[in-house]
Design a binder for this molecule. Structure first.
Ligand code: HEC
Length: 151
């Protein structure tokens, strides 16, 4: 083996070493990220948060609550549970259609009254409420403060 070849072999082995070292470093940092994510998921605050009742959106309090609160017969009783008469959860599109087109005595709401973003918030709220009421069957949502801000 001549000197030129030896130098080449040395160079290749040095390159391979640094490549492997880089790879190991990357694997370790990836592992750390995964471990970190698991630890964050295990934080006690997360579980406690799920036990908080969902916050009623301002529009729901202003436009829907008067007819749909528990005990008021104007709207359906099962509204807060998002259950249909057959006991199934209400479909999201059914909520959206009822808000936009109205149903029986319920008026339709225009985009200027309930914006698309606000309607998303209503759907999200009703889903969370139904989930919350599974573990807290006696929970009755309180109306939002009147005169609060719209957003
Ligand atoms: C003037 C009273 C009134 C207001 C205000 C009102 N609703 Fe209704 N809502 C009703 C009535 C009446 C029905 C039909 C009940 C029935 O099917 O017998 C209804 C039905 C519904 C249903 C179908 C529920 C089911 O189980 O069939 C949904 C969803 C709904 N309303 C959502 C809303 C939302 C969201 C708002 C606010 C943007 C709202 N409503 C505002 C009176 C009202």
């Amino acid at each position: 083996m001549n000197g030129k070849n030896l130098a080449l072999i040395n160079r290749i082995s040095a390159l391979t070493k640094s490549f492997t070292a880089q790879k190991t470093q990357k694997t370790i940092s990836n592992l750390l990220i995964i471990i970190g994510a698991i630890l964050v998921g295990m934080l006690p605050g997360r579980a406690a948060q799920a036990q908080e009742p969902p916050k009623m959106p301002y529009v729901f309090g202003m436009y829907c609550f008067m007819c749909h609160k528990e005990g008021v017969q104007i709207g359906p009783m099962g509204m807060f549970d998002m259950l249909s008469k057959t006991g199934n959860p209400l479909h999201e599109q059914f909520i959206r259609n009822n808000v936009r087109f109205g149903i029986k005595a319920m008026p339709a709401f225009r985009l200027s009254e309930v914006s698309p973003k606000e309607l998303d918030g209503i759907v999200k709220y009703l889903k969370e409420l139904a989930a919350y009421r599974k573990s807290h069957p006696n929970y009755k949502p309180a109306p939002v403060q009147e005169g609060g801000s719209k957003k």
